[in-house]
Design a protein around this ligand. Sequence first.
Ligand SMILES: *Cc1c(COP(=O)(O)O)cnc(C)c1O
Length: 386
Amino acid sequence: MTAPFLPFALPEIGDEEIAEVVDTLRSGWVTTGPKARRFEADFTAFLGDHSLQSIAVNSATAGLHLALEAVGVGPGDEVITTTHTFTATAEVVRYLGADVKLVDIDPATLNIDPAAIEAAITPRTKCLIPVHYGGLAADMTAILGIARRHGLKVVEDAAHALPTTHRGQLVGTLGSDATVFSFYANKTITTGEGGMLVTRDPALAERAKVMRLHGMSRDAFDRFTATVPSWYYEIVAPGFKYNLTDIAAALGLHQLKRARGFQRRRVELAAAYREALAGLPLVLPPEPAAGDLHAWHLYAVRLADDAQIGRDAFIEALFAAGIGCSVHYIPLHLHPYWRDRYGLRAEQFPHSQHAYERTLSLPLYTRMGDADVHRVAEAARAALRA
Ligand SMILES: *Cc1c(COP(=O)(O)O)cnc(C)c1O
């Protein structure tokens, strides 16, 4: 008997999430309303800092767009980010008519290299977007220091980083202008589609809330629940349609309660991989600094230089053994849009290019058992012996 296919990612949705969604469906209020409000309040409580505001949105991409709009990114500006990311991190800059400056990574962590940021700053630079690759915090001490010295805004792409800490402090509370989390299906918690923009800046929060819903001065739920006739609203800007539905927030309320437990299970799975893969020609992902949390959204391994197999053949061998893998990321400098728009060459990004050619992500999610980790490790061992 062959084992069933082990997919690369699966969400863990429990009975409480399902009951909460059903309750929403029966309640008569299915779009943004009381549950989205509660999810925002719970999210701020989760981060443990009541000077923060949490603003629920229908994707992290939407949240990044709102954050950049609110910090004033526009035509003529440059925004620096990592080439080793998903296109959403950078595309939002183009939505606003600004330009993207891609830079290389630290080869050990695959996080943006602060020295490369510093070297890419010009008089047009407006904002930095670090990404916490795989759930390991970028060097935010260095990045916030650079931003302060050069008068730049910082918007963190924390799509992988719930919960992650940097020097003991949760990502979301580190002091950047805004931090954006993703609740896409394969992220550490999920609402199907969804995201959260977190900020300590009241003016930024106000602008993001207005732009989240058509540039309207009062949102639909305020008007619906008002005790006096409340048909009146004003449009103060050409906003977007980025609000999170209560159906999605219903999932988020219970996923958030489980986030700490999910993270502990991910730590166990990462530790099981570290042990089971020891001795193979693989460079395993770095551990966080002592005392810090790694969200372990990804478990990305790199083929050692002396491995007898290439990345593509390795993925095919694992697939033949019934195991799904992925690659994080095909760097932005290799995609036609980014390459051609900015005339990029792989030689400009040696660390990202090398990581791309040698790295793959193994399955890691809370519904996996230890036996699944051993199955992946055995398949890897067999493939690497070939
Ligand atoms: C998933 C992801 C996003 C986009 O998140 P959505 O919620 O799907 O919009 C952005 N950046 C990174 C690094 C991601 O992995």
